[in-house]
Design a protein around this ligand. Structure first.
Ligand code: GLP
Length: 231
């Protein structure tokens, strides 16, 4: 493994959530006006619930944080239950009370809004089953920009779990690898035995655009995994 990765293995998804919340809260205390790139997906949901609990208990203050959308489906209106914007709002923005948001719609406008913010301070990321970050499908080189793209079969399959009987959108827009890798801090959350093989490869195999998550190692990431994902 590359020395610069900080790997924190927790016994289960509950302790993962507490450890991740501790990490995020420490960043917000150090810099209350943090800009955070916010993953949706199942993995970070217990972490966001823990952050919301702390916010509601007055233990943490996210009112000056800017929440930046990581990825989105194309052709899905804002009020569609599958909208990742709506998912980010109900799981993160509203319960934490973040002050500002940046929506991902037009790639060029998104990148210029991030420049105006002064870049991303903290990227909270999940790990796709094929090693994608956001929707940066393999192969995604380090300079892959924010862009629209077609989802690969593995992503369609994993995303099916979110939407029950509704069809999974096949096109998406993602914050580019350029945006993710330029974040001042990166936090990768990984939970479950089904992520074990791809996590090992991301941390231990040679860096390659064919496994976009492996490129994260150049950011000195913090990786918090549960024991099922790292044994
Ligand atoms: C999805 C999303 C990612 C997410 C990842 C892992 O397809 N595009 O943003 O982080 O795959 O999802 P999960 O946490 O549900 O395993």
């Amino acid at each position: 493994m590359v020395a610069s990765v900080t790997l924190n293995v927790q016994p289960d998804s509950h302790s993962l959530a507490r450890a991740a919340a501790d990490f995020i809260c420490a960043q917000v205390v150090a810099r209350p006006d943090l800009s955070i790139l916010v993953a949706t997906g199942n993995t970070p949901m217990p972490t966001y619930s823990e952050l919301a609990r702390r916010a509601q208990a007055g233990e943490a203050d996210f009112s000056r944080v800017t929440a930046v959308q990581l990825d989105e489906y194309l052709g899905v209106p804002e009020d569609d239950p599958r909208s990742l914007w709506a998912w980010m709002k109900r799981s993160f923005v509203e319960p934490l009370g973040t002050g500002r948001t940046v929506r991902l719609d037009d790639p060029a406008q998104f990148e210029s809004e991030i420049s105006e913010l002064g870049g991303i301070d903290l990227a909270i990321l999940g790990l796709g089953p094929n090693g994608h970050l956001g929707f940066n499908e393999p192969p995604s080189p380090p300079d892959a920009p924010t862009r629209r793209l077609a989802l690969m079969p593995a992503s369609l399959e994993s995303n099916r779990a979110y939407w029950g009987d509704l069809p999974v959108p096949t096109q998406a827009v993602t914050a580019g690898m350029n945006v993710i890798l330029a974040a001042r801090q990166t936090l990768l959350l990984v939970s479950g035995a089904h992520k074990r093989t791809v996590l090992r490869a991301a941390l231990e195999e040679p860096e390659t655009p064919d496994l976009p998550a492996s490129l994260l190692r150049r950011t000195a990431p913090t990786v918090i995994a549960d024991a099922a994902a790292w044994t």
